[in-house]
Design a protein around this ligand. Structure first.
Ligand SMILES: [Fe+2]
Ligand SMILES: [Fe+2]
Length: 178
């Protein structure tokens, strides 16, 4: 990697790989969500993510390159951690809270990547690429805010109520569940 353009392209490959990994993870998360609102949020973002992959392919085209991904250990780790807590959570509302937190860490990773890519595209005076990347950045930020809203209004509140319930019914779900 010698030029700024090459660095840009490498980062594009990183986020392309990440988006594809997210595209695989989101349906699983939607399926496991017990809150309808959380499920809707995941499904909605899955559709957005499909469009985001398209946008990245357009940016590759603007560079005169074929779209390709490069293994991104950061996103693999974030998703893996999310899957782990999903498995470990023995209560639906706790699982929802865990998935919501995992989803937010994914969004934050994406926001940092797209923020950088927009800035670099602008620096290289690739305004069409900057516009495409900015459209995705806006969606990632909106998703993050929607998830924060859910956390504050519903998911974490219910998860906490579960704790209060547990005190009255200590061994309620202690056995027989994964
Ligand atoms: Fe995305
Ligand atoms: Fe996202």
């Amino acid at each position: 990697m010698e030029t700024f353009k090459e660095l840009f392209e490498e980062t594009l490959k990183d986020i392309y790989y990440a988006e594809k990994a997210i595209l695989k993870a989101l349906p699983k998360m939607a399926k496991k969500a017990s809150s309808k609102k959380l499920q809707t949020a995941f499904t909605k973002h899955q559709k957005e993510t499909e469009k985001q992959v398209d946008r990245l392919e357009q940016v590759f085209e603007l560079l005169g390159k074929r779209a390709s991904g490069k293994k991104c250990p950061a996103i693999d780790g974030i998703i893996e951690e999310g899957e782990e807590v999903m498995k470990e959570a023995k209560d639906d509302t706790i699982r929802d809270a865990a998935m919501l937190a995992a989803a937010q860490s994914v969004e934050h990773y994406e926001i940092s990547r797209y923020g950088t890519l927009v800035a670099w595209a602008e620096k290289m005076e690739m305004s069409d690429a900057a516009e495409l990347l900015q459209a995705t950045l806006d969606e990632e930020k909106a998703t993050d805010e929607a998830l924060t809203g859910l956390a504050e209004s519903e998911i974490n509140v219910e998860a906490e109520e579960t704790d209060e319930g547990e005190e009255e019914r200590p061994k309620r779900r202690a056995a027989g569940r994964r």
